[in-house]
Ligand binder design. Structure first.
Ligand SMILES: C[S@@+](CC[C@H](N)C(=O)[O-])C[C@H]1O[C@@H](n2cnc3c(N)ncnc32)[C@H](O)[C@@H]1O
Length: 290
C-alpha cells in the first residue's frame, strides 16, 4: 500500500516506544515479539482482536466513557440508536466479520485447551450456548466420538459455522445447529451445557441466559462456565481494557472470580469446582441441583 515514507517512519518510531517493532542501526525497522502478534500467521495472533478494538464504532463510544462510568451502562444505544449486537449484524457487516474473525482466532486458540480439560465421561450430549462458529464444540466432538452436540448462537453467526459441523462436514451427523437468542430460550435438554465468554454482557442478559439453561436442564446436568477473570490473569492490561470496552458497548464487564460465582449461585447452580483452562481462562464446573 502506498504511504509517505517520512510519516510512516514517524509512526514506526512511535510504535517502537511501545515495543511494537524495533529500529535497527541502519534505520530500518524489524519485527519484535509483540509486532509478530499482529501477523495473521502467528500461532498466538492478536491481529483480529486488535482490529476489533479499533473498529470505527469504537471511536464513537470511547469519548462517552465519562457517561458510561457515571451511569454504569452502555453508551451504545445513545450513540447508534440501537443495541450493540443489533447494530453489528444489521448495520456494520464488515465490523461483524472482524468480530467473527477475532472470535474465531481466540476460539481456535482455546478450543484445544477446553477439549483437553473437560472430562466427558458419561456425557452423551453437549451444547455450546453462544458457541460462535462452533470451534470448541468441534474439538470436543472430535475427541469424543460417541458424543452428540448442539451449537446455539445468533442466526448470522451459526450461518458461518465451522465446516466440520455443517452439512457434509465430518461431524455433521452428530450435530444440531440452532440459530437463536439464548436470552429468549434454550430449547433443548443435554447432559452438559458450555457457556464460554458470553456472560460478559449486562447482568439482565446473564440472568436470563442462566435462567433459560436452568429451565432446560434436568437435575444433575453439568453446566461449565468459562471466562477470563479480571482478578486472576497475567494479562491485566488486555483484560482491563476489554472490561472497559464491554462497559461501553454492551454495558458488560469482565468478571472477578467472586462476581461470577455470585451470578452463578443466584441462578441456582451449584459450583463444584473452579479450574484454570490455560493462563487466561477459568472453568467453573457447576451442577443443576436436584
Ligand atoms: C465473545 S463471543 C464467544 C464465542 C464462543 N463461546 C467462544 O468462546 O469462542 C460471544 C458470542 O455470543 C454470541 N451471542 C451474543 N448475543 C447472543 C444471544 N443473544 N444469543 C446467543 N448468542 C449470542 C455472539 O454471537 C458470540 O458468538
Amino acid at each position: 500500500m502506498r504511504t509517505e515514507p517520512e510519516p510512516l517512519r514517524r509512526l514506526l518510531r512511535a510504535l517502537c516506544c511501545y515495543g511494537v517493532f524495533s529500529e535497527t542501526e541502519d534505520g530500518t525497522f524489524a519485527h519484535t515479539e509483540m509486532s509478530r502478534l499482529l501477523r495473521e500467521d502467528d500461532p498466538n495472533s492478536l491481529r483480529y482482536i486488535s482490529l476489533w478494538c479499533t473498529e470505527p464504532w469504537t471511536w464513537e463510544v470511547w469519548p462517552r466513557l465519562d457517561d458510561a462510568v457515571r451511569s454504569g451502562s452502555s453508551v451504545f444505544p445513545e450513540a447508534f440508536g440501537k443495541g450493540f449486537f443489533d447494530y453489528l449484524h444489521q448495520d456494520a457487516g464488515e465490523s461483524a466479520q472482524v468480530f467473527n474473525r477475532a472470535m474465531t482466532t481466540s476460539s481456535v486458540q482455546s478450543a484445544r485447551d477446553v477439549a483437553e480439560l473437560l472430562d466427558l465421561t458419561g456425557v452423551s450430549s453437549v451444547a455450546d450456548i453462544g458457541g460462535g462458529q462452533g470451534h470448541v464444540l468441534a474439538s470436543l466432538l472430535e475427541k469424543h466420538s460417541s458424543a452428540r452436540g448442539i451449537l446455539l448462537d445468533l442466526p448470522g453467526v451459526v450461518a458461518r459455522a465451522d465446516g466440520r459441523l455443517r452439512e457434509g462436514g465430518a461431524l455433521a451427523d452428530r450435530v444440531r445447529i440452532v440459530p437463536g437468542d439464548c436470552r429468549e430460550g434454550v430449547p433443548f435438554e443435554v447432559d452438559l451445557y458450555i457457556i464460554k465468554n458470553i456472560l460478559e454482557w449486562d447482568d439482565e442478559s446473564t440472568r436470563r441466559t442462566l435462567r433459560n439453561v436452568m429451565a432446560a436442564a434436568r437435575p444433575g446436568s453439568r453446566v461449565v462456565v468459562i471466562e477470563n477473570l479480571v482478578d486472576d490473569t497475567p494479562s491485566m492490561r488486555f483484560t482491563t481494557a476489554m472490561d472497559l470496552l464491554l462497559l461501553l458497548n454492551v454495558g458488560g464487564a469482565k468478571h472477578t472470580r467472586e462476581s461470577l460465582e455470585t451470578r452463578i449461585a443466584d441462578a441456582g447452580l451449584k459450583i463444584a469446582e473452579v479450574r484454570p483452562v490455560n493462563p487466561y481462562l477459568h472453568a467453573f464446573e457447576c451442577v443443576v441441583p436436584g
